[in-house]
Design a protein around this ligand. Structure first.
Ligand code: PXL
Length: 280
């Protein structure tokens, strides 16, 4: 069984980061180790929240893993607590990434044109350095514009998306995949470009509702697919189909917006969809 390590926060309530990555990646048949980078009462979209930064644990934990010769088939990072912590995560990549494992960076820091509340203006540049270490990065359009300095647009054409992808590759990653891409009012999807010039896109029906933590759920599912041997396009498509199921399953709930998508009920279906894709 493949083993991955994910570096992101524990938001105790609110379905994001590690509370999403662990159940989803485990259900997909991949061992999911965690390196919690901070503990929060909830994610930072709630009006009140506590945050205990665990940056000082990253190095001692890494030291012991190295001594114990623990290795990872995948390294996956999500929300990071500060610009300084981004530097520590870069060092983690230097120690644990190699030719035979896969690194996925979800630069979870912004949405709908705005940086998350907890971050200062220096954060995107620090996250860009984390992206430089990755095989695959998975920003949304807001994050991509902050990482590249390109303008954030809500109305755009394929040329804008292509240029964003090219500029993301300039950061140093091997493949840039952009989420939340839409060229038609009722379709939403993902587009990727890699260093060899390979392009891919996949679209699903656009759901009306939007829930916090969906990006985390998407990234965790993509990583699970990659670790099980799907290629990137198949993993991105599987994750997109799963998100649509989860959003549909959540739509009946009135308090859901800040509590995240009710992915739990859709895990059996995710496992079935994964097995079907693996058979092909
Ligand atoms: O879903 C991204 C995320 C993860 N973790 C924390 C957050 C957010 C987004 O706001 O606040 C703590």
């Amino acid at each position: 069984m493949k083993r991955i390590i994910t570096l992101q926060d524990i938001s105790c309530v609110g379905r994001c980061s590690i509370t999403v990555a662990l159940p989803v990646i485990s259900a997909m048949g991949v061992e999911c180790g965690i390196l919690p980078t901070a503990v929060l009462s909830t994610h930072t979209m709630f009006k009140n929240f506590t945050c205990k930064d665990l940056s000082d644990q990253i190095e001692p934990i890494s030291d012991v893993w190295e001594k114990e010769q623990i290795t990872f088939d995948g390294i996956y990072t999500g929300y990071l607590a500060s610009a300084e912590q981004c530097g520590q995560v870069c060092r983690f990549f230097d120690r644990f990434s190699n030719e035979s494992n896969l690194t996925l960076v979800d630069p979870a820091m912004a949405d709908n044109g705005k940086l998350y509340a907890a971050f200062g203006e220096d954060f995107p540049a620090a996250m860009a350095k984390v992206c430089a270490k990755a095989d695959v990065i998975l920003p949304n359009i807001t994050e991509a514009s902050l990482l590249t300095g390109m303008p954030y647009k809500t109305e755009y054409d394929e040329a804008y998306i292509h240029e964003l992808l090219e500029r993301l590759l300039d950061l140093g990653c091997k493949t840039a995949a952009l989420t939340g891409v839409s060229y038609e009012p009722d379709k939403l999807g993902v587009a990727y470009l890699d260093r060899d010039g390979k392009e891919f896109s996949y679209f699903t029906r656009k759901c009306e509702q939007s829930y916090h933590g969906t990006g985390d759920l998407y990234a965790a599912t993509v990583l699970g697919g990659l670790m099980r041997g799907l290629d990137l396009g198949e993993s991105l498509a599987l994750a997109a189909d799963f998100i649509v199921l989860c959003i549909d399953a959540t739509a009946a709930s009135s308090s859901a917006r800040w509590y995240g998508v009710e992915f739990e009920s859709q895990i059996p279906q995710l496992c079935r969809m994964l097995e079907e894709r693996l058979k092909k």
